[in-house]
Design a protein around this ligand. Structure first.
Ligand SMILES: CC(C)(COP(=O)(O)OP(=O)(O)OC[C@H]1O[C@@H](n2cnc3c(N)ncnc32)[C@H](O)[C@@H]1OP(=O)(O)O)[C@@H](O)C(=O)NCCC(=O)NCCS
Length: 177
């Protein structure tokens, strides 16, 4: 059985293990430290981190942190980062459940837009698109611009262009972009 729950500080070792196993050695430590740094972010609105367990074993993790927009204060957004599922548990719907669970919570809270910087082939099926993200400028120049995606959770997307977004401190590392 797969269950999804909020993370606690005591989950640090399990979270690190998810990322060290799921990502290749060139980037696994960077992404693991992002996941752990986010656990310590005190933000308003809150940063959300979820852990997936299968039959009591930690299988995957996801985090969502708030973003702000220059010159806009009524439009609310989050970014999904990072996400991983341990190889032994992949392809059985755990990644999808983690995304869906966070999306449901953010939608319920009235969040307008959710960004992700990832593989469009994976995220398109959850309703993320480059088109939705096109008018938003991420904090750093992207290594893979085609991976800049967004999903509208509520309301109608903005018509302004070149809207700059700011992220929480843990994401202010150029190597993540
Ligand atoms: C990406 C990841 C989180 C998916 O987790 P998962 O639990 O295996 O995902 P699900 O079971 O919900 O979905 C599996 C489907 O996604 C597909 N998929 C997985 N990774 C993909 C990718 N990078 N691009 C396209 N499709 C991908 C699988 O082929 C499978 O397709 P199917 O449903 O048509 O068979 C997991 O593979 C992982 O941790 N990968 C390494 C870390 C990583 O790349 N994380 C960031 C994602 S951009």
């Amino acid at each position: 059985m797969i269950s999804i729950r909020r993370t606690h500080q005591q989950d640090c070792d399990s979270i690190r293990e998810v990322y060290i196993n799921a990502f290749a050695s060139e980037e696994n430590k960077t992404v693991a430290s992002l996941a752990l740094d986010l656990l310590g972010e005190k933000t308003t609105p809150q940063t959300i981190a979820l852990l997936a367990e299968k039959n009591g074993n930690v299988a995957g993790h996801i985090a969502f942190s708030p973003v702000t927009f220059d010159s806009l204060n009524e439009w609310t957004g989050y970014i999904l980062a990072p996400l991983a599922v341990k190889p032994a548990f992949q392809n059985c719907g755990i990644g999808s459940k983690l995304v869906a669970s966070g999306v449901a919570q953010l939608t319920n809270e009235g969040v307008n837009i959710l960004f992700v910087y990832g593989d469009p082939k994976y995220y398109n099926k959850f309703g993320f698109s480059a088109e939705n993200a096109a008018q938003y400028v991420p904090p750093y120049k992207l290594q893979y611009p085609f991976g800049w995606l967004a999903r509208i959770l509520s309301g109608k997307n903005l018509s302004e262009n070149n809207v700059r977004i700011s992220c929480v401190n843990s994401l202010h590392r150029p190597e993540l972009w």
